[in-house]
Write a protein that binds this ligand. Structure first.
Ligand SMILES: [Zn+2]
Length: 327
């Protein structure tokens, strides 16, 4: 089986987190910003744990300072996705990092990102959509500002609202206002939960924020009642196995619950999260899953079918993507 040539759908990719180390390094040099401490001697991003990862991530984003930087970033990231035969990707993008949650600035950044998205579709055939993402550990007020930016700019490209950052900060209920605002504006919803926060974090995220999808959600494995309710409510998990293993959530892929969750009937999808940070790619994720769990081409086709159903884009776009899979 040649997994590399299989078309792929990716639902959980942070735009800033997909910035190759060299891209950030070159931009830093041009702008005379010293970010050398975030790289190791091999030139890769370096961090010791999740909290450290978040601070390295934020340091990397400090070199992304203009709509043009995000234009170049989007082009670079989508080209990399296309090389992995990703035909449809949803990227998390934080208005916080695009002009500090200021609506006027955000519109300029978004327009640059959309331009890059259109050009990448024309060049590589890759379709992309965006999810405006608040950063949980910056608190509920910042999240409200992000939600307002999202509400103002929701449309063909920006289709969702989400939450990333440190899941152990605050409680899901602190963010209800922001998710309600986004839902009322017709945006689809997802939030990181059940990565570091346990199954209770998934439960409160689903019940209180009303999300259709959960970023990671792997901690649900310890909670039979929750698994049952995820199945009943048809909640889809955006699972990022390579990210989880790299950050030490599981010692290896064999110990990762993606297979058990799927076997028990939970709808799971596969994504890379922040590929250069976790030294992964969609090709690599598929290859690792195939060799570890014996998944066949049919298994991956099924994963992509789940992902397409759970995608936040409109029906017309879904029909276009379905044709690439011959669904
Ligand atoms: Zn993530």
């Amino acid at each position: 089986m040649n997994l590399k040539s299989l078309p792929k759908i990716e639902l959980h990719l942070h735009l800033e987190g997909a910035a190759p180390a060299n891209f950030i390094k070159n931009l830093a040099t041009q702008k005379h910003i010293d970010v050398s401490k975030i790289f190791n001697q091999l030139g890769q991003y370096q961090f010791d744990n999740f909290k450290h990862f978040l601070s390295v991530y934020e340091a990397a984003t400090t070199v992304l300072q203009s709509p043009d930087d995000f234009y170049k970033l989007t082009k670079c990231v989508l080209e990399e996705c296309a090389k992995n035969h990703v035909v449809y990707v949803e990227t998390f993008v934080s208005p916080e990092f695009c002009g500090g949650n200021d609506i006027v600035s955000w519109k300029e950044y978004l327009s640059a990102i959309c331009e890059a998205s259109e050009e990448s579709e024309a060049s590589f055939g890759i379709i992309s959509r965006g999810i405006a993402t608040c950063i949980r550990h910056l608190g509920p007020n910042s999240a409200k500002d992000t939600a307002k930016c999202a509400v103002e700019t929701g449309g063909e490209w920006l289709v969702g609202f989400g939450m990333a950052g440190d899941e152990t900060f605050g409680q899901a209920k602190d963010y209800v206002y922001s998710f309600d605002l986004a839902r009322e504006a017709g945006l689809k919803l997802t939030s990181h939960a059940g990565e570091w926060g346990g199954s209770e974090s998934v439960r409160s995220t689903v019940n209180q924020l009303g999300v259709q999808r959960v970023g990671h959600g792997v901690q649900s494995i310890n909670d039979d009642e929750l698994i049952q309710s995820l199945i009943e409510q048809q909640i889809v998990l955006e699972v990022c196995p390579g990210s989880n293993v790299f950050l030490g959530l599981y010692p290896d892929l064999q110990s990762h619950p993606i297979k058990t969750l799927r076997d028990r009937g939970v709808m799971v999808t596969v994504s890379t999260d922040d590929p250069p940070f976790f030294q992964t790619s969609m090709d690599q994720e598929y290859e690792s899953l195939a060799s570890c769990f014996g998944w066949s081409e049919d298994d991956f086709l099924e994963l992509n079918r789940v992902a397409l159903d759970a995608a936040f884009c409109d029906k017309k776009t879904k029909e276009k993507i379905a044709k690439m899979f011959k669904f």
